[in-house]
Design a protein around this ligand. Structure first.
Ligand code: UGA
Length: 441
């Protein structure tokens, strides 16, 4: 099938590449000329396992092309995906200007039937807005052309985006049109072979499904972080509690890892957006507001532990930071806990020596050159001359470090671990002051 994807971000690019891989002819449109040129040369704007060879291969075979020419994009695909960003407005609600701009562009150039598919995470009611926007623009053109608007939210995880997209656990499609159902079934047939993963529903339910999924996951994390704080105060070990509750299949082991707060471009933004949507309709979401507050508090936890150890005197101390990205296998630092920590450290007059396997460039881009931030080439180098080590991200190669080296390199044997990578008893035996999450003071 002929497919056009507007917006070559995480979601758009991965979806486009995977659709091309199974044989669809995909045109990707973006306003960023530089990004488009880079993609043509095989330079991928993000770090995502497996994505570079996938894009290259499909570009070389001609199944995927990149352009800034919106008219070409609109003329190409019967299926028109909108996958542009919906950044938070000042008040936290999703900003729809880019989505509506694409809708306007499609209306401007279309000359036959199109299915316009909202792939971006958009507030409930957006498909109706897109519908109205396109209808008005077509009427202004005096064009009487049929179209449908469907909602098809994306559930991929960063760091596993290609795999998630190739093997989705569900494909949620919001539409009330049989014609769209048929076309979407055809589009997704290659991903729907073993059992039927497509769940058709009305448009508003599909839009809310996306928020409900992310808010549920964020709630699980904040719940566990709340429990971890209680465990600390009550002399219990959250890791034992985690195993104890996860064994109940109604709760499950997934996504109940306590830590230094959730980050990334999705959970913080989506929880906030649903809180704002609720407020907008006069409903106060007590639960989601608490989920957000608990997360803010949790992100301060690493600094609180350092303050506790150093009696709130961090001036002129050097802190080694392992892990800058908001989670492993990505270079994304949006809403990362490491940022809250580093910014607090700088405010307290401390210096940061950081290492991350992928996010160093991103960190440099965000913070530029400053005297109190040194980006080190290895995790070992980050320890040189540092007073303490803080672990913000559970990258695989942080899991079994050389503890003797850490002990002899750090000025004080202090590890603040935001991801519960080690056993507190063993750490004590090794002579460390070890501060984990919810595992005793
Ligand atoms: C999240 C969802 O998991 C995806 O299903 C969704 O499609 C995506 O948002 C989106 O809306 O686009 P992602 O942001 O890539 O995916 O990251 P996650 O793997 O969900 O992790 C989010 C944060 O939660 C990370 O900071 C991670 O460290 C934290 N987390 C995760 C925990 O603190 N504990 C856990 O048990 C799991």
């Amino acid at each position: 099938m002929k497919v056009t994807v507007f917006g070559i971000g995480y979601v758009g690019l991965v979806q486009a590449a995977v659709l091309a891989e199974v044989g669809h002819e995909v045109v990707c449109v973006d306003v960023d000329q530089n990004k488009v040129e880079n993609l043509k040369q095989g330079i991928i704007p993000i770090y995502e396992p497996g994505l570079t060879p996938l894009v290259k291969e499909n570009y070389e075979s001609g199944r995927i092309t990149f352009t800034t020419d919106a008219e070409l994009g609109v003329k190409h695909g019967q299926m028109q995906f909108i996958a542009v960003g919906t950044p938070p407005d000042e008040d936290g609600s999703a900003d729809l200007q880019y989505v509506l701009a694409v809708a306007g562009t499609i209306a401007k150039y279309m000359d036959d039937y199109k299915v316009i598919i909202d792939k971006s995470t958009v507030p409930v009611g957006t498909a109706d807005k897109v519908q109205a926007h396109v209808a008005t623009a077509l009427a202004e053109r005096g064009a009487d052309i049929d179209f449908d608007v469907a909602s098809n939210p994306e559930f991929l995880k960063e760091g596993a985006a290609v795999a998630d997209c190739r093997k989705p656990d569900r494909i949620v499609i919001g539409t009330d049109s049989e014609r769209v159902e048929k076309l979407m079934r055809e589009l997704y047939a290659p991903f729907n072979r073993n059992h039927d993963k497509i769940i058709f529903m009305d448009v508003r339910s599909a839009e809310l499904t996306k928020y409900a999924a992310n808010c549920m996951l964020a709630t699980k994390i904040s719940f566990m972080n709340e429990m971890s704080n209680l465990a600390e105060k009550l002399g219990a070990d959250i890791e034992q509690v985690r195993k104890g509750i996860g064994s109940d299949p109604r709760i499950g082991y997934h996504f109940i890892y306590p830590g230094c707060g959730y980050g990334g471009s999705c959970f913080p933004k989506d929880v906030q957006a649903l809180v704002r949507t609720s407020q907008g309709i006069g409903y106060q979401s007590e639960l989601l507001e608490a989920v957000e507050r608990v997360n803010y508090r949790q992100k301060d936890k690493l600094m609180a532990n350092l303050n506790h150890h150093f009696n709130s005197d961090l001036k002129d101390k050097t802190i080694a930071v392992w892990g800058l990205s908001f989670k492993p296998n990505t270079d994304d630092m949006r809403e990362a806990s490491s940022r809250v920590l580093m910014e607090s450290l700088w405010q307290a007059g401390a210096k940061v020596q950081a290492f991350d396997p992928e996010a160093m460039e991103e960190c440099q881009r965000i913070y530029g050159n400053r005297d109190d931030l040194l980006l080190m080439g290895t995790k070992e180098a980050a320890l040189q001359g540092a007073d303490a080590l803080v672990i913000c991200t559970e990258w695989t190669n942080f899991r079994a470090p050389d503890f003797d080296f850490i002990a002899t390199t750090l000025k004080e044997k202090v590890i603040v671990d935001g991801r519960n990578l080690f056993e507190p008893v063993l750490m004590q035996e090794r002579g460390f002051s070890y501060y984990a999450i919810g595992r005793g003071d």
